[in-house]
Ligand binder design. Structure first.
Ligand SMILES: [Zn+2]
Length: 307
């Protein structure tokens, strides 16, 4: 369906006549400007022509977004791609307000803890890092000197800062920025559920009612329990990789059945606004790359570094 809707239909003879008349009536100079600098430029990397891509990089001042999702069970009622669908909705709308080129669908992150559920794609540790590095390297080679990773998946919360830290291991001519905020911390419609609301719960389900309402099966949201199983007895500051499974083995945390559009609208707007702010601050950042270069240079001969 998507394919056919994107194929240009053959214009009828009447439409062809109107198009020809319109082209003939437009002065050539306007036409030439439209070709060299299109007023409306897609934010989707994959929808730009090669020459429009060049214009996109210029217009975005080399700022490109990498919305990062995952394929993972989301309770009994939300689709596997929930995180990617939500984060792309926020990132694409933000980029339309503050122009940036948005990389295509990317879901190659950390999700080992959902390997027991259907539909999970859990790439190995080395491949996650290697693929992300090659992706940002290739983005930078194409002019994205500021790569803003917009994270949509909680399980990436350690992977992404670690990836950013490892950018210091050898000289690179670009900066990786990680943005990992989803929902406004306060305000908005009162929550109907109490307790944790982390995964496929009231908030995330409400967001999906805005980004992809056609994929939400609200009537199934009570088919499974999203309660905290609390099976691990350890202090909070002792970390294990199995912690999520001990608490939420069904990949459901909260109560999606009370989700509503009002909450989704508020949260999604907050998410979009926060990404817009992040894009603006990244565009305005002229310090990180400069100091990164200074750091690379110094780290080539550490004995010369003086306090
Ligand atoms: Zn999610």
């Amino acid at each position: 369906m998507m394919m056919t809707s994107r194929i240009c239909p053959k214009p009828s003879s009447v439409l062809a006549f109107l198009l020809v008349s319109a082209v003939l009536s437009v002065p050539h100079i306007v036409h030439a400007q439209a070709i060299s600098s299109p007023a409306k430029l897609s934010v989707h990397w994959e929808e730009l022509t090669a020459s429009d891509f060049r214009e996109g990089i210029r217009r975005s001042q080399g700022t490109c977004l990498l919305p990062f999702g995952i394929l993972e069970k989301h309770g009994p009622h939300l689709p596997l791609g929930t995180d990617l669908l939500d984060v792309r909705y926020a990132a694409l709308h933000a980029a339309e307000q503050e122009y940036a080129v948005v990389f295509p669908e990317y879901y190659f992150g950390q999700i080992a803890e959902a390997r027991h559920e259907p539909g999970t794609m859990a790439y190995s540790r080395n491949l996650q890092l290697a693929l992300l590095q090659e992706t940002t390297d290739e983005m930078a080679r194409n002019g994205c000197k500021k790569v803003l990773i917009v994270n949509g998946h909680g399980g990436n919360e350690h992977l992404l800062p670690y990836f950013a830290q490892t950018q210091l291991d050898k000289p690179r001519d670009y900066v990786v920025y990680v943005f990992d905020e989803h929902t406004p911390s306060s305000g908005g419609p009162a929550k109907k559920s109490s307790g944790v609301d982390w995964h496929a719960g009231e908030s995330e389900t409400s967001n999906m009612m805005i980004s992809r309402p056609d994929t939400v099966h609200l009537d199934r949201a009570t088919n499974e329990s999203g309660a905290d199983q609390a099976r691990q007895k350890l202090p909070e500051d002792v970390y294990t990789g199995i912690w999520w499974y001990t608490r939420f083995p069904f990949h459901y945390s909260g109560d999606g059945s009370v989700a509503n559009k009002e909450l989704g609208e508020y949260q999604m707007k907050g998410w979009i606004d926060s990404v817009v702010k992040a894009i603006r601050s990244v565009k305005g950042d002229d310090v990180s790359l400069k100091l990164q270069n200074e750091f690379y240079e110094k780290s080539a001969h550490p004995l010369d570094t003086q306090p």
